[in-house]
Design a protein. Structure first.
Length: 248
């Protein structure tokens, strides 16, 4: 009990129980990206915050998850079963939740988290980040969204978003959804202080139910663990691979 009390005293108080971190399954070319992942993990530990992430044990995902787990905080990894052979090597870190597909993965990560942070990453990181920003813009949630802009990695993205604001495609209020900083300590502090400036008009639970139904449909229509997403159909609709006409 004495050790637990000492640990609690050493932690900063946070409004967040868990933060979801989006990041690459690669480490990136710069050591600064790897250092940032470790420092973010340590910052979460220092503030007594648990981690939700994509479940991989390699790349930046592995670094941030090990940093949080080694610091004594709880780690929840959410990963599609089909990705486990590719992104999980050795012993898994913390609690691993295997899900049926990508939509269920993102919905579960969002459900568990009180805030979101994107480290440097590729297509997957960007897609997860932009979707959670869009959900905030639609009023599905009011959870803070942060960019850890290591060595200006996200400068081009932020410039694009500012251009979209200037050209009338993104409102000024929606632009303020995104919080950015160059280091973990400053970013988490900004997330702690964040107050949303937009109205929540949709119900998060209803969206979760919708995603759950779609996940069941995805499972029923799956062939050989492969899915082809029809870009011409309604959002989130799917067609079986054998009917798509695309080569595997």
């Amino acid at each position: 009990m004495e050790g637990l009390n000492e640990k609690c005293i050493g932690e900063k108080k946070s409004r967040f129980q868990r933060i979801c971190v989006y990041c690459g399954s690669a480490k990136g070319r710069k050591a600064s990206y790897q250092d940032a992942a470790v420092q973010l993990g340590k910052e979460l530990v220092e503030r007594g915050i648990d981690l939700v992430y994509g479940g991989g044990s390699i790349g930046l995902m592995g670094l941030v998850s090990h940093a949080v787990h080694d610091g004594g905080r709880h780690v929840i990894g959410v990963i599609p079963k089909s990705l486990m052979p590719r992104e999980v090597t050795g012993e898994p870190v913390g609690e691993v939740k295997a899900v049926s597909g990508m939509h269920e993965r993102k919905a579960e990560m969002a459900r568990y988290a009180d805030a979101f942070i994107a480290l440097p990453g590729g297509y997957g990181t960007l897609e997860e980040l932009l979707e959670i920003i869009t959900w905030a813009q639609l009023g599905i949630h009011k959870k803070p969204v942060g960019l850890l802009n290591v060595d200006g990695f996200y400068d081009s993205l932020l410039s694009f978003i500012d251009t979209a604001v200037d050209e009338g495609f993104i409102s000024n209020d929606a632009r303020r959804i995104i919080i950015s900083a160059s280091n973990a300590k400053e970013l988490v502090r900004k997330l702690e202080e964040y107050v949303p400036e937009y109205e929540t008009s949709l119900v998060w639970e209803a969206e979760q139910k919708k995603l759950s139904i779609l996940s069941e449909q995805e499972t029923e229509l799956k062939y050989d663990e492969k899915l082809i997403w029809d870009a011409k159909s309604e959002p989130l609709s799917i067609i079986p691979q054998r009917e798509s006409g695309f080569a595997s």
